[in-house]
Design a protein around this ligand. Sequence first.
Ligand code: ADP
Length: 478
Amino acid sequence: MAIHTSILFALLALALGLAQVEEGVAALLWGGHIGNRVLRYLVPLLFLAPVVLGKVVLTFMRSRDLHPEFGVAIYTMAFIIGGAVYVLVMVFHLNRIDMEKQAYMTELGYFKTALDKAAIVAITDVNGKITFANRNFVEISGYSRNELIGQNHRILKSGLHPPEFYRNIWRTIARGNVWHGEICNRAKNGSLYWVATSLVPFMNEEGKPYQYLAIRQDITARKAAEYLLSPQYVRKLEQKNRDLEQFAYVASHDLQEPLRTIQAYSEVLGREYAGKMGDFGEKGLEFLAEAATRMSKLVQGLLDYSRLGRENPKEMVDCNHVISEVLEDLERTIADSGATFSLHPLPVARGNSVELRVLFQNLISNALKFRDPDSPPVIEIDCREEGEDWYFTVTDNGIGIAPEHQERIFVIFQRLHNRQKYAGTGIGLAHCKKIVSMMGGEIGVKSELNQGSTFFFSIPKEPGDVYEQEIELHPADR
Ligand code: ADP
């Protein structure tokens, strides 16, 4: 074969080789990595520069008729200096690219860290098989990372959404669109959790998705709050409350009858067999009668409690007047205890007079009852406007309540002392709580043990409510 034919073939083979950009030398030459870039820079230096430089030096020597040794020296010097400059420029250029890349990677690292911290992140392949799960995902799902990787995303299905819901998701992302929505998933322990989800498909060059990135936010708490406010939940709760009250009413009402029988028969027995039963019999009968009376009080309290709010027509109630009446009722106890009152003007507010009276009666009689054994009670009753509410306070200088008991005292039958020390049934504050709740307000206590207590309650102000400045103070207020 002639030399030019061989060169032609060689060039052809080279061209074909270079056209195959995905394999062999061409892949090395056209690749996107730093090594490929270096190769691309070096090819001209290694292959073109010697030929071009050789040709230039030869022409120069011939034209000046110079000695070959001089030519070799020039060639060598030119190659070394030119090569060094070329390599230096190449290094600067590559360093700049590398620095840009590093800055970009650092920035990317920040985004990844932020995303990891702020969201539940998962990557699945095109069939929904999990290939990546971040820590938040592990935590919320309750599965370990090893249990998640390789599993189909279906293991999280809650059963709450119909199949069409999932089909729609797959249709959307398979077409390359991002899907946003709220999904209820099931954790390993069976509990349900809600996530606001964005599913982002990643497409290959052929326009087909090859993986999906799921970014989720835990919205379980928000969903729970929404449910608590939903009309269906409120209806359910109201029905449950009605059922419970009905039950308490019926139970306490029906219990009254056998109790009355016990009380009546213990009385008859006591009368008929007086002096015949011996000490033990008489003491026993006494205990029986006492227990029946106590139980009767409890049952009556329960009955009153369940009745509260059944009929509560609202009217304008002068709270100052209510206080006067309550103090009149408690006159004897007040006098016995030597209590003093500091009464501030209270509003005329819309409410039910009987309920408001029960409320003040309980708070004031407690303030008298739980007094400091060493000093007479000093009780202050006040009210101020706070935003949309009336904010009432009843403050005493009594025995106080330790912080750990301050919530449970509002629960029915909860008492902190035995009957011998302080009489009572543990129903008063439960009544107060129910009354205040029914009026749309809140009740609580601020207290320290042995430091007195301030019971406070709020009720929403209604149009027409006024402050009654002119109050007629009860004689006890001295
Ligand atoms: P009762 O007065 O019949 O015991 P309550 O429901 O009115 O029932 O009160 C529950 C408990 O709260 C009381 O037993 C008492 O321990 C505590 N308590 C209520 N009011 C006061 C108060 N002013 N000072 C200290 N403790 C109180």
